[in-house]
Write a protein that binds this ligand. Structure first.
Ligand SMILES: [Zn+2]
Length: 216
């Protein structure tokens, strides 16, 4: 069943030349929005052939990745999760094909930064990543993709190829009126510090870890 979605509109767009720690560079076009239902400042980054507004609409099905903010992983390079490498891979793969990276301000699977660090402390005491959230009074996964669907509708991208291993993202977007024509798996970014976390995601979150293995 498709939920009725209030419309968001594009507020501003501006060019951002991206450069990552490993030297990879790509131009991006950042979009901000009015009318996002949770009032937070989410961002859409147009990459590849979507960076030129004149190209929008005739560039085929965009590759889209909704990426949930992770200060520790994205910015600080924490190896307790795989968010940093997932973001880096996502940007390059979207830039190659053309599409959007949706940067969603929902830290720690939606529970916030401080609570995420509290959950890390519980994990150090033996709980897994899902049980730790529940012990803190949260759902195992509080992420919501309503604003992602709003942004895609505002960008005119109602049909997408979804770069994700998470079946919940495709299901939520489908209910919000976004047609996922293809689900493209991401790589698995394994390190000694995140092996347990990735195994838990696969077991508890029904993630598919079918992508190519990266790192070691
Ligand atoms: Zn993370």
């Amino acid at each position: 069943m498709t939920r009725l979605l209030s419309a968001a509109t594009i507020r501003t767009q501006v060019t951002l030349p991206l450069r990552f720690a490993d030297g990879y560079t790509t131009p991006a076009r950042a979009y901000t929005f009015d009318g996002l239902v949770d009032g937070r400042e989410h961002l859409a980054l147009a990459l590849g052939d979507r960076t030129d507004p004149a190209d929008r609409g005739d560039a085929g099905i965009p590759l889209v990745r909704p990426h949930s903010e992770c200060l520790t992983g994205d910015v600080l390079g924490s190896q307790r999760c795989d968010c940093g490498p997932q973001l880096r891979e996502g940007v390059e793969r979207i830039a190659d094909r053309g599409g959007y990276l949706l940067y969603l301000r929902q830290e720690g699977r939606g529970i916030g930064l401080y609570a995420k660090l509290d959950a890390y402390a519980l994990q150090d005491a033996g709980l897994d990543t899902y049980d730790a959230n529940v012990a803190l009074g949260f759902a195992a996964d509080e992420r919501d993709y309503t604003v992602a669907a709003q942004m895609l509708h505002a960008l005119g991208a109602s049909h997408v190829a979804l770069l994700s291993n998470n079946p919940d993202k495709a299901a939520q977007l489908g209910r919000l009126g976004i047609t996922v024509v293809e689900q493209v798996p991401t790589g698995t970014h394994l390190s000694a510090a995140n092996a347990g976390y990735l195994a838990t995601k696969a077991r508890r979150g029904a993630h598919t870890l079918t992508g190519h293995l990266i790192g070691g």
